[in-house]
Write a protein that binds this ligand. Structure first.
Ligand code: BMA
Length: 308
C-alpha cells in the first residue's frame, strides 16, 4: 500500500516520459528548479536509443508540462581534458549566489565521477573541473556557503552497481579544491540497509538542513530504491539531527514498479511552492519523472517523529 501520509503523488504522474523526445529510450532522474512564478527550468537525464546517457535542458510554465530541447545541454569547457562524457546522468541543480550549479555523474572509462558546470540562463553552461574523481556518482551542492566555504554532499561508489554507499560532506574555498571530508550517514537497516545517497539540494529550515535522500534495499530480486529524509545541523551538516527510520515514499505505483530498472523512486529535485508546499520530483523505474507534494512542515514533523 502506498505510503501517502506525507507526500501526495500528482494524479497525472508521470510528468515526463520518453514521449517528450523522439530519440529517447527513457527520461528520468532529473534536476528541476523554479526560477519564478510560471518559470521552471530543468536538466534532464535522457537515455537515448543508443543507451548513451545525455543531459538535455527543458522549460515549463507549470513544472508539469515540459518542453525538452531536442539537442544536448550546451555545456562548454575551456580545457580540452575537461569534457562532458557520453555517460552523463543523474543531474542535480542548486541556486547559489544567483547562479545555478549543476552537478552530475560524468562517467568515463575510469568510472563514474562528478561533473560540474554553472549557468545563469540554461542556454549555455560553463563547465569547471570535475568536482570529484572516480568512483562517485551522487553529488549535490548546498545553496549557501557554510562557515565561509562552498559545501557538498556526495556518495563514493564503485565502477559497477555499488553494493555499498555512505553520504559524505566536503567543503571548498573555490569550487575546485575539496577537503574537510566528513562522514554524514550510511546505510542502516530495512529499506536503506544497502546504501544511501543525497537527493535534491538541501533545504534550509529552522530545524536544520532538510535532506531528501534515497535508500536502497537489496532483495532476492535486485535493488529497490526508496525516499527518506534527514535533518542536518545548520553549521555542521555532517551532524545528523534526525533521519527517517520509515520511508517517505516507496515504489508502489505501476510507473514506479515497472520500467527499465523496476521498483525505483529516485529523488533528484525539490522546489518550494506557495503555502509551504514542497514539490518533489523523482525518477521512476529508470523510465520517467514523477512529482509528489507535501507541506514542508509536515515533512519535517514526519522526519522528527519517524527517526531512529
Ligand atoms: C542511480 C543511477 C541509475 C540507477 C539508479 C536508480 O544511482 O546510477 O543508473 O539505475 O541509481 O535510478
Amino acid at each position: 500500500m502506498a505510503n501517502e501520509t506525507v507526500f501526495k503523488r500528482y494524479a497525472g504522474n508521470p510528468v515526463v516520459t520518453a514521449r517528450a523526445l523522439p530519440g529517447a529510450n527513457s527520461i528520468h532522474n532529473s534536476a528541476i528548479v523554479k526560477r519564478g512564478e510560471g518559470d521552471y527550468a530543468g536538466v534532464f537525464r535522457v537515455d537515448e536509443l543508443s543507451m548513451d546517457f545525455v543531459l538535455h535542458v527543458g522549460f515549463s510554465r507549470d513544472g508539469i508540462r515540459w518542453d525538452i530541447d531536442p539537442g544536448p545541454a550546451q555545456i562548454r569547457s575551456s580545457h580540452p581534458d575537461v569534457f562532458v562524457t557520453d555517460h552523463s546522468y543523474d543531474p542535480r541543480l542548486t541556486l547559489l549566489e544567483g547562479t545555478y550549479y549543476l552537478t552530475w555523474c560524468n562517467a568515463g572509462p575510469q568510472g563514474p565521477k562528478i561533473g560540474f558546470a554553472t549557468t545563469k540562463d540554461f542556454k549555455t553552461f560553463t563547465q569547471g573541473e570535475d568536482l570529484l574523481p572516480p568512483a562517485n556518482r551522487n553529488c549535490v551542492v548546498f545553496p549557501r556557503t557554510i562557515e565561509g566555504k562552498y559545501a557538498i554532499l556526495h556518495r563514493p561508489s564503485d565502477r559497477g552497481h555499488t553494493p555499498f554507499g555512505d553520504i559524505f560532506y566536503a567543503t571548498s574555498p573555490d569550487f575546485e579544491h575539496w577537503g574537510c571530508h566528513r562522514f554524514v550517514f550510511g546505510p542502516m537497516g530495512g529499506w536503506q540497509g544497502l546504501k544511501v545517497g543525497p537527493g535534491p539540494a538541501p533545504i534550509e529550515t529552522e530545524d536544520g538542513w532538510l535532506l531528501i535522500y534515497h535508500g536502497v534495499w537489496r532483495s532476492c530480486n535486485g535493488y529497490l530504491y526508496y525516499i527518506g529524509g534527514a535533518l542536518l545541523d545548520l553549521d555542521k551538516p555532517w551532524k545528523v539531527l534526525y533521519r527517517t527510520k520509515d520511508y517517505l515514499l516507496s515504489p508502489t505505483e505501476s510507473y514506479e514498479r515497472v520500467g527499465d530498472v523496476p521498483n525505483v523512486c529516485f529523488p533528484s529535485a525539490a522546489v518550494m511552492e506557495p503555502n509551504d508546499t514542497l514539490r518533489l520530483y523523482y525518477g521512476c523505474a529508470d523510465t520517467c519523472v514523477s512529482m509528489a507534494e507535501a507541506k514542508l512542515s509536515d515533512v519535517i514533523e514526519f522526519v522528527k517523529n519517524h527517526s531512529f
